[in-house]
Design a protein around this ligand. Structure first.
Ligand SMILES: *Cc1c(COP(=O)(O)O)cnc(C)c1O
Length: 357
């Protein structure tokens, strides 16, 4: 049966992991390697371990449970604040979790006591990206005594996240607010907060230019190791492999066509009004791959001269006019995958995943 193939070069993951570890070791920073971008596949986790990474993090309980079943020694942090419906699994399977809601923290505490444990938590602080986290001093003073009243949890860390919903970039100021909050909470309430956790990959910029505040001692990173990219900071990372994830799809039509559609126009298959720049008559390859499989905007053709021009749910259109006749029907075209392409490809029922080990 035909399937697009996602190939993962695990040697490149190992080298990227080693490179990141060298950067972080020099500053005494622990890496929590975020595994949600590849569905926590065991071969990729092995590759990261081979590169020296020892702490793992994921947003999905299914991924954490499967990874721990494959390797019970893995140390795992849950990085999506949990739903009340998953509290039992959180306490059973994770080594620690990120939290921001007192109802959930109380439920975790009760469940931990039932399981005969104390569950370590990292409290999320919202420094402006406006996704999860306690926002401002007043909310901090509200939740701190409530956490102290939960004997089944121990507040061991503070965490923050930037570069997600609000596209906010990390800065010495917003990262520094974690250090201030730690000192305040330890002094005012007697906590023993040790871990200050920041993420994701975009925070590496501060590490590189020496402006990451002292005290931040954990970075949650996925994208740098997997794709050698910082998409929030809009840059490729020097000395990291960018092509560990590659997707191939077969060419099912090869024809010369005009670049501007012919006839009265409505909307495209996603309901958007599209622009079609006139590039003249061009040779176009249709690949058997579409929006149902991956976020095609995160693909880059690897064949020199090939140019992605569009996709529908099942078809990917690639202009190959400048490829010197290199493309034939039945060939597989290869694409480098960015974050959203690999994330979708590793969870698609239609794509075959092969790890090169
Ligand atoms: C996804 C995620 C990360 C990792 O971000 P990358 O950009 O992949 O490095 C870190 N923290 C949280 C909370 C996340 O959801």
């Amino acid at each position: 049966m035909y399937a697009p193939v996602l190939e993962i070069d695990t040697h490149k993951i190992t080298e990227n992991a080693r490179r990141l570890k060298t950067m972080c070791d020099a500053r005494g920073i622990e890496i929590a390697f975020v595994t949600k971008g590849f569905c926590a596949r065991p071969a990729v986790i092995r590759a990261a371990k081979a590169g020296g990474l020892t702490h793992f993090a994921d947003s999905r309980m299914q991924n954490i449970i499967a990874a721990k079943q494959a390797d019970p020694e893995l140390h795992y942090l849950l990085i999506r604040i949990p739903a009340l419906d998953e509290v039992e699994e959180v306490v059973r399977w994770t080594d620690w979790s990120m939290e921001s809601q007192i109802e959930t923290i109380c439920a975790i505490s009760d469940e931990a006591l039932r399981q005969g444990k104390v569950h370590p938590i990292i409290l999320m602080l919202d420094v402006g990206d406006l996704r999860e986290g306690v926002f401002g001093r007043e909310q901090l003073d509200e939740i701190a005594p409530q956490i102290l009243a939960c004997p089944g949890v121990e507040l061991v860390g503070l965490g923050t996240n930037v570069g997600c919903y609000g596209s906010v970039l990390p800065s010495p100021e917003n990262m520094g607010s974690l250090v201030k909050a730690r000192d305040y909470l330890n002094a005012a309430y007697g906590f023993h907060i040790r871990t200050l956790s920041a993420g994701g990959t975009c925070v590496l910029k501060l590490l590189e230019n020496g402006t990451l505040p002292d005290g931040i001692n954990q970075l949650r990173v996925g994208e740098a190791v997997l794709y050698g990219e910082d998409s929030t900071g809009n840059r490729l990372l020097d000395d990291f492999h960018q092509d560990a994830f590659r997707l191939s799809a077969q060419v099912v039509e090869l024809r010369r066509k005009p670049s501007v559609p012919v006839g009265e126009r409505g909307r495209d298959c996603s309901g958007n009004v599209q622009e079609y720049p006139d590039r003249g008559v061009r040779l176009r390859a249709i690949c058997a791959l579409g929006k149902q499989d991956v976020d095609w905007t995160a693909l880059t053709p690897m064949l020199p001269g090939a140019y992605l021009i569009g996709a529908s749910s099942d078809h990917l259109i690639v202009e190959v006019e400048e490829c010197g006749g290199a493309v034939r029907p039945g060939d597989r075209l290869w694409f480098r995958c960015g974050y959203m392409a690999a994330l979708h490809a590793t969870t698609s029922a239609y794509i075959e995943v092969r790890e090169l080990e």
